[in-house]
Design a protein around this ligand. Structure first.
Ligand code: NDP
Length: 511
């Protein structure tokens, strides 16, 4: 990256506006990227469109070779990739290794293997009497140019990750990463080029919200991951252009702990998945409902575990457990939620403060005696906090878990699997795990998406996770083709009556 002034935005000698990228754990500027204009985005889109037919023509096998090379490239360049992610997000080395590098490597192999299966032509059987004997086929064709707009919390997994199935389907892709974490995407573009991806099939449009809006104006479909507020704007802009939009938005995932749960397992999951990635995961545990008989013991164990977390500047494997927050304004959000809860009578059992002076920090925090209308129980905190609430029974737990504008993920803990599954089926979330959390995200065969509009529209992963990047084309092939079909002009009374009798036989139905 160029070495220029360290203000958030600066002009280079050639007049191009540059955005400074900061290490949020240290406050140090680690690079600059162009703040691309709508004109620059349009130029990338033109090149992407020109390159797409060649990429599509390579077929699943040809594309799969490059995707599998990229899988190896990620592992061969693991330290560089993890180093870049840690530097621009402030997260722990292991958070980047487990949830980003591993996801990326698995996803390249998965989509290389599955694209041909999920997008294979489907032979369709019909009940229509008019087309009996004809061949009906459903096929999937790439849409053309896909725009992917991503957030800052997982620059590889949640931003770049959605480009992989789009590419596997035969599309060109224009990725707009968060202005806060663009360096990982630029590094991965370098990897794709080194693995033989044809020029211009993949491009990174760096910039802010205006650059993202310009991407929507150019592409054939938009895949957006980010906040509910921005998702709404993206949906409106896509609707104006009549292009499809898939929106993966915010979450406020509840954990329900029933009285017969393995308390130690539940406490470990609550402490880990609330604080993992400094709480900046769309499906992190954001609130806990615990049945009264085990509440005290659960709270004691969670507090001990959270208290033992080592937070600090990431410095390689094993150096820390939890890093900094990534996005500076997030510190104010977390502080506001904790302060409001405290002012209204909640108790902070551990943490509760901003932490270090340089960088963007908030301590891992456990809150109890919370009310359900507090911001920490209703709004997405997206930080290292865990509010825990005592509930009288499972009915109250389910009611409170569902009392949210969000419905992304949820978790239920109980030794009685049948009961836990029955509870899981009543929670209104896109995914519900039993005696587990978050790990479903690694099962790329399983769809992942919001169950309520606040958490998004559409899914990633599974067959739908690649078919959304395609248009469906229906084919009807008449193998037998006489000069004229029986239903055509001229209409004859005898034939019409015959058809009437046939309709009676077909559709009068069985009693
Ligand atoms: P934002 O909505 O603020 O930003 C997301 C992306 O949209 C960024 O690249 C941003 O650019 C860009 N953007 C901003 N304004 C516009 C616009 N008008 N048109 C087009 N693009 C625009 O989200 P965050 O980056 O703050 O990410 C955190 C959020 O993401 C949380 O709510 C989290 O729950 C959600 N998320 C959801 C996931 C899911 O799978 N459901 C997964 C991961 C995160 P810039 O950053 O440059 O402003």
């Amino acid at each position: 990256m160029d070495s220029i002034a360290t203000e958030p935005t600066a002009k280079r000698a050639d007049g191009q506006t540059q955005i400074a990228v900061e290490n949020p754990a240290t406050g140090e500027v680690i690079g600059h990227v162009p703040d691309m204009t709508a004109g620059e985005v349009a130029e990338l889109a033109r090149s992407g469109r020109a390159a797409q037919p060649g990429w599509e023509a390579m077929g699943f096998d040809g594309r799969g070779i490059i995707l599998r090379r990229m899988q190896r490239w990620l592992i061969d360049n693991a330290d560089r990739v993890i180093g870049t992610i840690c530097a621009e997000t402030g997260k722990a080395y292991e958070d980047a290794q487990i949830a980003e590098l591993t996801y990326g490597a698995a996803a390249f192999g998965f989509w290389a293997d599955k694209a041909s299966q999920y997008l294979a032509d489907e032979r369709v059987r019909t009940s229509s009497v008019f087309v009996k004997g004809k061949r009906l086929v459903l096929r999937y064709r790439p849409l053309g140019l896909i725009g992917v707009i991503g957030p800052w919390n997982y620059p590889l997994t949640n931003s770049f990750g959605d480009c992989i199935p789009a590419l596997a389907a035969g599309n060109s892709v224009l990725l707009k990463p968060s202005e806060v974490t663009p360096l990982t995407s630029i590094l991965l573009a370098e990897g794709l080029a080194a693995c033989g991806l044809p020029d211009d099939v993949f491009a990174v449009a760096t910039g802010r919200g205006a650059t993202g809006a310009a991407v929507i104006d150019e592409v054939d479909m938009i895949m957006f991951t980010g906040s509910t507020a921005t998702g709404r704007k993206v949906g409106v802009r896509a609707a104006e252009r009549l292009i499809p939009a898939s929106l993966e938005l915010g979450g406020k995932d509840p954990m329900i702990v029933l009285a017969d749960a393995n308390i130690e397992r539940a406490a470990n999951h609550a402490a880990y998945y609330a604080m993992f990635n400094c709480g900046q995961t769309c499906i992190s545990i954001e609130r806990c409902y615990v049945e009264a008989p085990i509440y005290d013991e659960f709270v004691t164990r969670v507090t001990e575990k959270v208290n033992a977390i080592r937070q600090g500047v990431p410095a390689g494997p094993g150096s820390i457990d939890v890093g900094s927050l990534t996005f500076p304004p997030q510190v104010e959000t977390v502080e506001r939620h904790v302060a409001e809860a405290r002012d209204r009578g909640a108790k902070v059992l551990t943490g509760g403060h901003r932490g270090r002076s340089t960088g963007y920090w908030f301590e891992p925090t456990v809150l109890v005696d919370v009310d359900h209308d507090m911001a920490c129980m209703q709004e997405e905190t997206f930080g290292p906090t865990l509010p825990i609430m005592k509930v009288d029974d499972v009915e109250q737990a389910i009611r409170l878990a569902n009392d949210s504008q969000y419905g992304l993920g949820a978790a239920v803990f109980s030794r009685d699997l049948a009961r836990a599954e029955a509870v899981a089926r009543r929670v209104n979330a896109g995914v519900v795990t039993v005696n587990d959390a978050i790990i479903n995200y690694t099962a790329l065969e399983l769809p992942m998406g919001g169950a309520k509009p606040g958490s998004g529209v559409g899914y990633r992963h599974g067959p739908g996770g690649i078919r959304k990047y395609c248009r469906q084309q229906a084919l009807l092939i008449s193998r037998f083709h006489p000069h004229r079909d029986i239903h055509m002009h001229p209409y004859r009374a005898r034939r019409t009556r015959l058809l009437g009798r046939l309709l009676g036989l077909l559709y009068r139905g069985r009693r």
